[in-house]
Write a protein that binds this ligand. Structure first.
Ligand SMILES: Cc1cc2nc3c(=O)[nH]c(=O)nc-3n(C[C@H](O)[C@H](O)[C@H](O)COP(=O)(O)OP(=O)(O)OC[C@H]3O[C@@H](n4cnc5c(N)ncnc54)[C@H](O)[C@@H]3O)c2cc1C
Length: 400
């Protein structure tokens, strides 16, 4: 049997950031990962600016383009939301996750890939986990093993109650089509009800996909429809397609029991308006790291973790869920009010880049709603937008 202080199951962003923080504090840990790294992960690979600023690393070597802003379209009108500073960056998840694991290893951590954790047992002085032919004993075990978390099930945490759905694909496009999108993301609200279709530019191709909160839609059909209807996607060649549920928190639930904690998707941390999960995965891992460090060094209780998580993440998820319900459920009203209005769109962009939160955005928007003219129609058509090759100074485009 091999011994360590903390066993971390899963080498996604939550697991590797948690391990990195522990290693920096001089606490020994091991990450056990079922896949051989680097592994493909179904994901748009969009990192918001707040995610980039959260991590103390330079992403220059692995970032695909830096994001300058986004096109948002509905009813064949497109609005360009930019001019709020850098919006984020694009990555491929195999490279990004491998990069984070490298940082953890350089800080003194140990990671074993190709090792699926298949059993977890409490002992009198901690917890035991079996991965392949190895048995590990630790004082604490952390489930960072994603949406379908084994640790969540094995340690009798309740199943996720609130799920969103997304299907991601990679698409080869011609150089001309790739350069027409430039360094902008596209969010298309016509692509699927109660969600959006996305086009994220990568160095030589597009990551595309559909995201919805409504389980009744067949995502493959919706993605095909999106590819047929969007001028940038017609004629592109899909070379990979994979989907997953995205677990959302924001309701009372256990994320820590005795010596077991859940972080990231295993705990249900996805923000329900955009479906962004990496930022909250990192933030939850950070809060878990603080709790574990204080527990092991000063014998403080681990229950501070759920308390802080509730205050710092779940409260924002609750507001984002409310906004998502209103926004996606009433697009004929909410698109002109919230997207085609440059002041409100800029306020929303501030949330995405991490300069405010959903609470601040909602308060700000509600105060201004009475002054927003109904029937206002800014923006340009998709065809115009892409043939003008995204020149932001186009006088018809609504720049926030
Ligand atoms: C289609 C799609 C698109 C998305 N796009 C974006 C986006 O653009 N931006 C964004 O911020 N978020 C996006 N998300 C959400 C984001 O991918 C997740 O929120 C994020 O990956 C969560 O990180 P994590 O570390 O908690 O889990 P994961 O990244 O899922 O990592 C969990 C790890 O645990 C491993 N594992 C699982 N079971 C075991 C086991 N029994 N033993 C050992 N290892 C195990 C897995 O192999 C995996 O490597 C998207 C999600 C989907 C499905």
């Amino acid at each position: 049997m091999r011994k360590t202080d903390v066993i971390i199951v899963g080498a996604g962003p939550a697991g590797s950031w948690l391990g990195f923080r522990l290693a920096q504090a001089g606490i020994e840990s091991v990450i056990l990962e079922k896949e051989k790294f680097p592994r493909y992960k179904a994901c748009g690979g969009g990192l918001s600016q707040k995610t980039i600023e959260f991590l103390p690393f330079s992403f220059d070597k692995i970032a695909e383009p830096q994001m300058a802003g986004a096109w948002i379209s509905y009813g064949h009108r497109q609005v360009l939301v930019n001019r709020f500073g850098p919006a984020g960056a694009m990555v491929m998840r195999d490279t990004f996750d491998a990069f984070l694991i490298e940082r953890y290893l350089s800080a003194g951590g140990q990671c074993f890939d190709g090792q699926r954790v298949s059993s977890v047992e409490e002992t009198s002085d901690g917890i035991r986990a079996t991965a392949g032919s190895e048995i590990w004993h630790g004082k604490i075990l952390v489930g960072a093993d994603g949406t379908y978390s084994f640790v969540r099930r094995a340690c009798a945490f309740e199943p996720h109650r609130d799920l969103l759905f997304a299907l991601a694909a990679e698409m080869k496009v011609t150089d001309g089509v790739r350069s027409a999108l430039g360094d902008y993301a596209c969010f298309d609200l016509d692509a699927i009800p109660y969600g959006y279709g996305w086009i994220f530019p990568k160095r030589n191709h597009f990551s595309i996909g559909v995201f919805t909160s409504d389980h009744r839609f067949r995502l493959r059909e919706q993605l095909k429809r999106f590819c047929r209807s969007h001028p940038l996607l017609r004629g592109g060649e899909i070379f990979r397609m994979r989907g997953s549920a995205l677990p959302v928190g924001g309701y009372p639930r256990l994320v820590q029991r005795d010596h077991v904690l859940l972080v990231g998707d295993a705990a249900g941390m996805v923000e329900p308006f955009l479906g962004e999960g990496i930022y909250n995965a990192l933030l939850s891992a950070d809060l878990a790291a603080d709790a574990i460090i204080d527990h092991l060094n000063q014998n403080k209780t681990l229950s501070v973790y759920p308390e802080r998580l509730n205050r710092m993440i779940d409260a924002n998820i609750v507001r984002a869920r409310r906004l998502a319900k209103v926004f996606y459920g009433h697009l004929p009203w909410t698109f002109p009010l919230l997207v085609q209005n440059r002041v409100i769109a800029r306020a929303f962009a501030r949330e995405v880049i991490g300069k405010s939160d959903f609470g601040a955005f909602l308060r700000y928007s509600l105060k201004r709603l009475p002054f927003i003219p109904f029937g206002y129609r800014g923006g340009i058509s998709k065809r115009e937008a892409f043939s003008s090759a995204f020149v932001p100074s186009n006088p018809d485009s609504e720049e926030a």
